[in-house]
Design a protein around this ligand. Structure first.
Ligand code: OAD
Length: 244
């Protein structure tokens, strides 16, 4: 398959599923996970902060890390890749499905999930937190009035609404994503190293049912060998080339 054939397949496909990772937000200035960490957190691995044992050991430090990322994502802006995916959803309508591993809320701010298709956040999001007793999710206050650890309206301490290492993904979101990728004629896998399952297994569902999978990533990934076609470019330019 070449770029023209990949473009034609995406254009003619009715059912399209998309998986995104941190690379889609890189052009919004948000660091990815497996690139070098910058600043104060360089000495930590995300796995040492994003896990139930880390939170049980030191909730204040874990909340300090998440409060910093929360501030960063609110000052970031969706980039062309986010906007092109929201446009693709408006073109495809109800048969468009976006599953993101990102927790930065930029897809939603670009309009994804509001253009007739569906969007799920497989790993949660930074903009909300979960009551540790009831499990209810509440939006966080603005960063400049956020006190950590936050307390829910019910008076209980809240934890970040993020899927941590060793935890299960939201079942309904994952099930819907697996169904959408199995049904997809074309799936796009954009800006993910393919290192974390079950999200990384979604592309295999499309292939198993005879669909086409196209990767957009400047680098080779653990999923590249499965791909029908790879666009070796950043997300915004790769999507623009496919949607021309
Ligand atoms: P990674 O940091 O593992 O991978 C980012 C991918 O984006 C890499 O393959 C880069 O080559 C690629 N990339 C970098 N810049 C890009 C750009 N401008 N355009 C397109 N691609 C670019 O991030 P994820 O694959 O998203 O889990 O990581 C998956 C999960 O691991 C995350 O959701 C997080 C982490 O632990 C949880 O938080 C549960």
């Amino acid at each position: 398959m070449d770029l023209a054939e990949a473009r034609a397949a995406l254009h003619s496909a009715r059912r399209v599923a998309v998986l995104t990772g941190a690379g889609v937000s890189a052009e919004s200035g948000i660091p990815t996970f497996r690139d070098a960490q910058t600043g104060h957190w360089a000495r930590f691995r995300p796995e040492d902060l994003a896990s139930p044992p880390a939170y049980a050991r030191d909730p204040e430090m874990v909340w300090e890390w998440y409060a910093g990322r929360y501030r960063d994502v609110l000052t970031a802006q969706p980039n062309d890749a986010h906007h092109l995916l929201a446009r693709l959803e408006r073109e495809k309508g109800a048969d468009f499905f976006l599953a993101t591993q990102n927790v930065d809320g930029l897809h939603e701010r670009a309009g994804s999930g509001q253009g007739g298709g569906r969007m799920v956040e497989l790993h949660g999001n930074l903009l909300s937190a979960r009551d540790e007793v009831t499990g209810e999710v509440f939006l966080l206050p603005e960063p400049d009035v956020l006190v950590t650890p936050p307390v829910s309206p019910l008076g209980n301490r809240m934890r970040p609404n993020i899927v941590w290492f060793g935890e299960f993904l939201p079942e309904d979101a994952l099930e819907a994503a697996a169904d959408a990728f199995a049904a997809a004629e074309v799936a796009l896998v954009i800006g993910t190293s393919g290192a974390v399952y079950p999200a990384a297994g979604l592309a295999g569902e499309t292939l198993r049912w005879g669909g086409v999978v196209i990767e957009i990533n400047p680098d080779d990934t653990e999923l590249s060998h499965q791909m029908t076609y790879c666009v070796r470019d950043v997300a915004s330019r790769g999507l623009a080339a496919l949607l021309e």
